[in-house]
Design a protein around this ligand. Structure first.
Ligand SMILES: [Cu+2]
Length: 155
């Protein structure tokens, strides 16, 4: 009996940290707007859902299709929308943070491969606590806004 209890105890210790890390942060609907074939820049948008009881922070990102990946925000200064790099994007405990056109986004510079409509490219997001999460970013037409993700527009 003691042996069984010990075995169970060990199993719990080994598996718990992994499952907590895997479910604490969820990335929903990662997408990117298609850019001209000669473009050197692109932007990626997504929802970050923090299921944990502690605030987490997106601190960096990287992608095999870009030499430089930065976290950006858009500011409305004197009627002009200006992009600015930010060090981090905080995701409050049990809340959702949108990265969307007109707000926070992931900026890809010096593209080594220009994403094509209807294709995907990998993007790795690095969080302070949740660690690295890699998602497949869907490349959408330039007219796409991300607001109608619930609707299907395939004909
Ligand atoms: Cu930007």
């Amino acid at each position: 009996m003691l042996k069984i209890l010990t075995a169970l105890f060990i199993t719990i210790i080994v598996t718990t940290p992994t499952s907590v890390a895997a479910t604490a942060i969820e990335i929903d609907h990662p997408w990117s707007k298609a850019v001209p074939p000669t473009s050197k820049v692109a932007a990626a948008f997504l929802s970050i859902i923090n299921h944990s009881k502690i605030d987490d922070t997106l601190i960096a990102a990287r992608s095999p299709i870009a030499e430089i990946v930065e976290l950006h925000t858009l500011n409305n200064g004197n009627g002009l929308m200006q992009m600015r790099q930010v060090d981090a994007i905080t995701v409050t405990a049990e809340h959702q943070q949108q990265l969307e056109p007109g707000g926070f986004h992931v900026m890809l510079f010096n593209l080594t491969e220009v994403p094509i409509i209807d294709s995907h490219f990998p993007l790795t997001l690095i969080f302070k606590y949740a660690g690295e999460i890699t998602v497949d970013v869907a490349v959408k037409p330039a007219t796409y806004t991300g607001n109608e993700q619930a609707k299907m527009h395939h004909h």
